[in-house]
Design a binder for this molecule. Sequence first.
Ligand code: ADP
Ligand code: XUL
Length: 624
Amino acid sequence: MAAPTPTEGAGPLFLGLDASTQALKASLLSSDLDVLAEAAVNFDADLPTLRTRGGVQMGPQGSGEVFSPVMSLPMALDLLMERIKEKGWDMSRIRGVSAAGQQHASVYWSKASSQILGAIDPAKPLTPQLKDAFSRQTIPNWQDSSTTTECRELEAAFAGPEGLAKATGSKAHERFTGAQIMRFRKREPEAYAATDRISLVSSAITTLLCLDGEVKGIDESDACGMNLWTMDTAERGWNGKVLQAVAGADGVEELKRKLGRVETDGGRAVGRIGRWFVERYGFSPECCVFPGTGDNPATFLSLTLRPSEGLISMGTSDVVLVSTNNYRPHPEYHAFFHPAQIAPSSPHDLDNTSKENARLRYFNMLVYKNGSLAREHVRDLYFHKSWDKFNEAAESKRPKTADELPTDTAFWWLLPDIIPDNAHGVFRYTSPRTSNPSKDATTATLIPEHADIASNALSILSSQLLNYRSRSAAILDAPTDGSLASLNRVYATGGASANPTILSLMADILAAPVVKNVDFDPATQRWTDVHWNACSVGVAYKARWGWERLHAEGGRKWAEFDTVVQECRERRAERRKAANGGGEGIDLEEEGIRAVAVPTEASEAWEKSVEWWRVLEARAVIGK
Ligand code: ADP
Ligand code: XUL
């Protein structure tokens, strides 16, 4: 007998795609959001004719150019669909699809594209049919750093980085789309003129899913990674001043036309799945396509971060996401609109029910270069390359109560960091501890080494975590009692989230419970940390949410993303309990969310250290 396919049974299914730097991935979910199956195509290994390494190619030495061939998108989609077919996924049950894409990267469609996109033959693969659909053969990648001159020009139009960050959510960055389009227009004016439309990778994949002759609109959350979109609520829209800097005064209207509409409702169906997918792979013509979004917004959705919740991802670099109801931009980080909100472009577009639901939400992304590699460096230098020894040392120095404030800290900027901008070098301090933390920090001594080597473990961890506490507090609303704002809950992901000392210190310093996503395996009756691809899962959630609203009546048409996901999880919990009562014996915060650490008594001590640490950071930045 053939092995059962992962999609046996009935009921609607939801598909999420993720066009990342190195691969095109797919996740298939049930209507209760169980991840049933995944598939992927790796650009380097599976499509060797692309000649990519790590999914990209480099321009001439010193140019800073990093890009991928534009044909990688249709080629990967062709192969992915074949793989999914071989795996026996029941595509006829898929009712909603959405795509995530690497942020900032842009795709340039030719004047022939809409005619080509409207006449795709299901009998043939996509790749040969799309060869004339693009006016630029490359997609500038987010790792590109060729646009420093353009960045300075954009900031000059706003009298500096603060002005641009206030308007668009980020200061100018080389990888952001505005500077990339500006360079393309200057260096290849003919190809720019031959460009009919410009997509981000997420909206390009959305276009390829619909194949109805229309280049689909850019998702508003992903648009925030372009330096082109005004996030200030009163003036939301393409930013005239940036457009002028990018395209020249005469080119503003044309660039606006090329950029097209922006999808402000992340759950609006933008089309049905294309006939190519229906006839060639057995999709249902009922299957709807929902706006794609960036990979970071998609990760945010997979965690369903509520306002005042955060994520600390400790991978090669450390990334902190903070979910808020407020727009508080700053040149140090990136502000994005929430990727699954019902955010009308004008209040006049709405009836009364939807107006109530149209509160704007945001998330902020803080990226640090000196994450795991700096922690590993300290481990290798002092603790025999052993995390156990490193943890033992950190625990031995850790305050157990509110009275035991640490007196040493350190900054390990082995690479010039992003936050603080360009901070570079290693700085250790020892300090008196009185009731005046700012003064203590001013009189603290810069030292070549801690008195006790063991302090190195605690000082790097606490300094990194105090950084995340200090900056997340500045993004959140300040409590009225004058205390420091803290997140309600912190999700931990990435390689270092396997470390119990790091998790427990995180709970203390961030003054919040630390949680992880977990999956219940009915076969073994055990909960395990999730291993699915967060980006494609996050957009499949979005498709599920859009589909729910599409088929709902009345006020339910405006059901919020968080509500729909919560309902799905509750149904799943009931099903699990009815089946076997499984999942007892672990501290489950909610279905699929496990508490891994809670703040101890020492949390208060750490809060008192934040001001002290801030002053020391300012000193370390100038090397004093
Ligand atoms: P990326 O996705 O950026 O490739 P990962 O999320 O896989 O990175 O994280 C890899 C990092 O995790 C490694 O650099 C390693 O230092 C760190 N790591 C793995 N296990 C531990 C541990 N027990 N404690 C601390 N860090 C760890
Ligand atoms: C975010 C960024 C990267 C890409 C990765 O600003 O540049 O995380 O989105 O695909």
